[in-house]
Design a protein around this ligand. Structure first.
Ligand SMILES: *Cc1c(COP(=O)(O)O)cnc(C)c1O
Length: 407
């Protein structure tokens, strides 16, 4: 069988830093993918929200194709003719003066850390090398050494020290914890408006508003990592929009690349991003013509509001159905689901660990044609592309129901 052979070669010749489900995908369109044996699956992970617009969205592919035929890379040593349009469009979407394009999410986070520190020294007046940044327990911001150094997940940081100093970890969801940790050397609070990798944890109502107030009152930058929560997933352009909160820096990635190439960015006002002068930060591939063309198409799709509306409507349906499932007793006499969290078309579902692991459930879902991913043992994440049809979504939830009944 071709699947087994490809997996065997993968295991022999690629590092084992992932444990993929045993499926080998070959093609994709919209919310659906097909494996090398011709079996179809509904993609309920969507590349951790990199595929918010589905696989090969026609407008995004057309933009990429067109750009491939014209100019693909210049480096930032020269201007290219798609750059101005991209930065203007993204700054407009974010309501900020400026953007700084990078490639991966982790690079956007690293960029924000550097910018916040430099802003602290040059604008706020923090003493040399004394800046601290407040971060959250159970955060996920990427895989660089600096970033994993303030992770609370032993898998993420174990064995990779020594780490970059200057971070204070506090409890997520507690404004008081931030108030207690802040001092005159604090330059930023960095958080995910919804913690995705942790298991789709939505903070208490009013938390983001309180963080905004605390940051403003203490002259501290509010950095919102919207790499996974942003660009339509939660039913609004940004997860911060649900509280009408505007952070000082937006960090974007994942869906910004339209499911085609890595595109990330930091968006902020000139007082903040203006601290960077030529030579002080950069990226060979950041803001390349193909990245710009793809991101311009993505921003165009978001401007219609259609995808945010789909995420709201389909998300309401998803959460209503999941609540019903969470009340349904299985043959063990109790519900298999112990908690459901999330917002928009994004859900974290905790399964009673006595009934089965998240991995086992995802494997069973796979056999039924639904691709999803477990996290932290017994949580399953659902985040289908925003283009998924209501019927397909209903069908996927039915498959979950069957799998839970069979536990
Ligand atoms: C995925 C993710 C990142 C890291 O993005 P990469 O492109 O994998 O480097 C950072 N922050 C959040 C919230 C993410 O979900």
């Amino acid at each position: 069988m071709i699947t087994e052979e490809l997996i065997r070669l993968t295991e022999r010749h690629s590092a084992h830093n992932y444990h993929p489900l045993p499926v080998v995908l070959a093609t994709g369109e919209g919310a659906w993918v097909t494996d090398v044996e011709g079996k179809r699956y509904l993609d309920c992970l969507a590349g951790y929200s990199s595929l918010n617009f589905g696989h090969r969205h026609p407008a995004i592919i057309a933009a990429a194709r067109d750009q491939l035929d014209r100019l693909t890379l210049t480096s930032r040593a020269f201007h290219h003719d798609r750059f101005a349009e991209f930065v203007t469009a993204l700054a407009g979407l974010c309501g900020k003066d400026m953007v700084l394009p990078m490639n991966t999410g982790a690079e956007a986070v690293e960029t924000a850390i550097k910018v916040a520190r430099k802003w602290g020294y040059e604008v706020k007046g923090v003493a040399k090398d004394q800046a601290n940044i407040i971060v959250m327990e159970n955060n996920f911001h990427g895989r660089t050494t600096t970033i994993v150094g303030f992770s609370s997940d032993p898998d993420a940081y174990g064995g990779f020290g020594p780490f970059t100093p200057g971070f204070r970890v506090v409890k997520y969801g507690s404004a008081d914890a931030i108030r207690e940790a802040i001092d005159e050397n604090t330059v930023a609070v960095l958080l995910e408006p919804i913690q995705g990798e942790a298991g789709v944890y939505v903070p208490p109502d009013g938390y983001l508003t309180a963080v905004r107030e605390i940051c403003s009152a203490n002259r501290v930058l509010f950095i919102a990592d919207e790499i996974q929560s942003g660009l339509g997933r939660t039913g609004r352009t940004f997860a911060c929009d649900h509280e009408g909160v505007v952070p000082d820096l937006y960090l974007l990635g994942k869906a910004l690349g339209g499911g085609v190439i890595p595109v990330s960015a930091v968006a902020a006002d000139a007082e903040v991003l203006g601290v960077l002068k030529p030579g002080q930060h950069g990226s060979t591939f950041g803001g390349n013509p193909v990245a710009c063309a793809v991101a311009i198409a993505v921003i165009g799709l978001l401007k219609t509001g259609e995808y945010q509306a789909r995420a709201r409507e389909l998300g309401a349906f998803l959460h209503e159905r999941l609540r019903e499932l969470a009340e349904t007793r299985t043959r063990h006499g109790r519900p298999a689901i112990t908690a459901v969290r999330g917002r928009g078309l994004w859900a974290g579902i905790d399964i009673d660990p006595e009934l089965g692991t998240g991995r086992r459930i995802c494997e069973a879902l796979m056999r039924r044609g639904v691709l999803a991913k477990d996290t932290h043992g017994s949580t399953i994440r659902l985040a289908p592309p925003l283009v998924v049809s209501k019927d397909d979504l209903a069908w996927a939830i039915e498959q979950l129901d069957h799998v839970l009944q069979e536990l």
